[in-house]
Design a protein around this ligand. Structure first.
Ligand SMILES: Cc1cc2nc3c(=O)[nH]c(=O)nc-3n(C[C@H](O)[C@H](O)[C@H](O)COP(=O)(O)OP(=O)(O)OC[C@H]3O[C@@H](n4cnc5c(N)ncnc54)[C@H](O)[C@@H]3O)c2cc1C
Ligand code: SF4
Ligand code: SF4
Ligand code: SF4
Length: 554
């Protein structure tokens, strides 16, 4: 059959005489970029992908996608400080996608539905000891089990969870949620040994014939500051206070409680004091609000619950029922300096919330292991200076958060796996970082400038419900509520799919030469270079920046 000479048709290639591809100086190229949310998540979650599943109601698929990286989504959906949302491009349009609320919905749904992750890998016969059942140790245990290793998880505490149980209060992380996610990991064939402190790691490894160890003992010891105090002054540290909240009899603090420090732990201690009946809980902090390390949301919630803040103040002396407070001022470099001005503050108890340090005596005398500034030095694979002994979480130099600890657990598990499966010459197969994570991708970021935001509909962020402030201080019930199915799905749909094609057909529709070829659902598109004249309209009109224009090779 003869070709029609001047056919106007939507089929590329219908006019062999009109191969506009020869005019081109640039060609479009489909790309897959790293979304900034994925890049910012310390657990290395593929957020964009699980939001994509959730948009269509594929909640189980979405949850399973999260579980490839992070085994504690219901917990993360409550306590993560959400660096992903800070990085989210949607914040340039209206407000960041509520990634964390959707994550919580998925985590809670998994608990409701009883979803589990099967261990399908064959047993490797290798034995790994994990010391510390906080988020880092639990995450390592989970990933090591999925890789087929035998895992023993040992902790001084009777119950697993670390600071998630003995630090973060129940009004932020209900214990049934914690128990459900921790229990799911332990049920994957992890040998759990609660109530067993490790005092000498080498001896423990030799006794149990372990092939490798991951140490994640956290930073459990509250720092003490010297506060001149009379015999009758009641002083305790915040970590002890919060730890004792898990006992049958909560601590007695009295009606007036001063909390010394300006971090998140200080806020948790103050809010706990209010719930224990303190009518006056006062945070005494030596610098200003702007210099305070506590997150804004923690400060706001504490203030809503009636916690008072005394900025630019230190405790000069503590006596029975009274503190002497010295006013401070900031010098030119922002450091607080004493002023010699004093006031008094009524307080039955002083709670020191001055940070935590790691207790590392289990490593005493071990050659090769370096401890600097109270933390253990590790390589990028999280191995200490001692072959086969890895460490992560709060006890190594890094930001001290649950998500960072979870990310370390995953990274350590893959490093341990690589180390255990090395060949006889010591060559390690594969990379320590699993594919698809920020660390592995060497990422090119999908920046906000690449987006055509006018293509997206207005969609204000969904706000999570909050317990009434008056009710909060009489109970340890959870303060922040979750989304329901429709609001979680709405929130997931707010995602702009930054830097990765979501098959909107725009490029296909706008190409004047019909040079975009549709490959079918899930298979995306390709450019028919015989007909693409390199005008760049497809790249300019792609909502999510998934097309580059690259110079034509001449
Ligand atoms: C009050 C408070 C509130 C916090 N709130 C948040 C929050 O909202 N969001 C957030 O992201 N982060 C928060 N953090 C920080 C977060 O809890 C930690 O960064 C995180 O728990 C560190 O995890 P990890 O696994 O390294 O150690 P940990 O959680 O500290 O766990 C260490 C475990 O090791 C065990 N252990 C210690 N020594 C030994 C030994 N010799 N033998 C056997 N077992 C041992 C301990 O019993 C413990 O169970 C908070 C911290 C505190 C103190
Ligand atoms: S773990 Fe934290 S940073 Fe990662 S997706 Fe969840 S909320 Fe975001
Ligand atoms: S819009 Fe979606 S893909 Fe883009 S940064 Fe936010 S959550 Fe990630
Ligand atoms: S315009 Fe739409 S279909 Fe084309 S690459 Fe961009 S997102 Fe994908």
């Amino acid at each position: 059959m003869k070709d029609k000479p001047f056919a106007i048709t939507l089929n590329p290639g219908s006019s062999l005489a009109n191969r506009t591809g020869s005019w081109r100086t640039e060609r479009p190229q489909y790309v897959d970029l790293m979304p900034p949310c994925n890049h910012a998540c310390p657990a290395g979650e593929n957020i964009q992908q699980w939001l994509y599943h959730a948009e269509d109601g594929g909640y189980e698929a979405a949850w399973r996608q999260i579980m490839q990286d992070n085994p504690l989504p219901a917990i993360m959906g409550r306590v993560c400080y959400r660096p992903c949302e800070t990085a989210c491009n949607r914040s340039q349009l209206d407000a960041a996608v509520g990634i964390n609320s959707v994550e919580r919905y998925l985590g809670d749904e998994a608990i409701r539905q009883g979803w589990t992750v099967p261990v399908t890998a064959a047993d490797t016969g290798k034995r790994v000891l994990i010391v510390g059942a906080g988020p880092s140790g639990l995450s390592a245990a989970y990933h090591l089990r999925l890789l087929g290793h035998e895992v023993t998880l040992r902790d001084t505490a009777v119950w697993a969870g670390g600071m998630m149980r003995y630090g973060i209060p129940a009004y932020r992380l209900p214990r049934d949620v914690l128990d459900a996610e921790v229990g799911r990991i332990l049920a994957m064939g992890v040998a759990w040994e609660g109530g067993r402190q490790v005092t000498d790691i080498e001896a423990a490894m030799a006794d149990g014939e372990f092939d490798a160890a991951f140490i994640a003992v956290g930073a459990q010891k509250g720092k003490r500051a010297y506060v001149p105090a009379g015999d009758s002054a009641k002083i305790l540290d915040a970590v002890t206070l919060l730890h004792n909240m898990e006992d049958a009899h909560p601590p007695q603090l009295g009606r007036r409680v001063a909390i010394y420090g300006g971090g998140n732990t200080a806020m948790d201690a103050a809010r706990t004091a209010r719930r224990l009946g303190a009518t006056d809980a006062v945070v005494v902090y030596r610098r200003t609000r702007e210099k305070m390390p506590a997150h804004d949301v923690e400060v706001e919630e504490a203030t809503d619950e009636g916690v008072r803040m005394m900025w630019l103040s230190t405790i000069a002396r503590a006596g029975e029922g009274k503190l002497v407070i010295e006013k401070m001022k900031l010098d030119d470099s922002g450091f607080p300096q004493p002023t010699g001005e004093f006031t008094e503050l009524d307080a039955d108890t002083v709670v020191l919330a001055l940070g935590q340090e790691a207790e590392l005596s289990l490593l005493d005398g071990m050659s090769g292991v370096t401890i600097t500034d109270g933390v253990v030095q590790v390589g990028s694979d999280l191995m200490t200076g001692r072959a086969g002994i890895f460490a992560g979480g709060d006890m190594v130099p890094a930001e001290r958060t649950v998500t960072v600890a979870i990310g370390h657990g995953k990274r350590a598990a893959h490093s341990i796996n690589a180390w255990l499966t090395r060949d006889q010459d010591g060559n390690v197969a594969g990379s320590a970082a699993p594919a698809g994570t920020a660390a592995a991708a060497g990422p090119r970021l999908a920046t906000a400038e690449r987006l055509n935001t006018w293509y997206y509909a207005d969609a204000p962020a969904t706000v999570r419900p909050q317990l009434d402030a008056a009710r909060r201080i009489t109970t340890f019930d959870e303060v922040t509520g979750g989304l329901d199915e429709s609001t979680a799905q709405f929130e997931a749909r707010r995602c702009l799919s930054c830097g990765n094609c979501f098959e909107c057909d725009n490029c296909y529709g706008v190409c004047p030469d019909n040079a975009v070829v549709k490959l079918g659902s899930g298979r995306r598109y390709e450019i028919d270079l015989d007909y693409c004249k390199g005008c760049g309209i497809c790249a300019a009109e792609c909502p999510c920046g998934a097309i580059d224009m690259v110079p034509e090779r001449i």
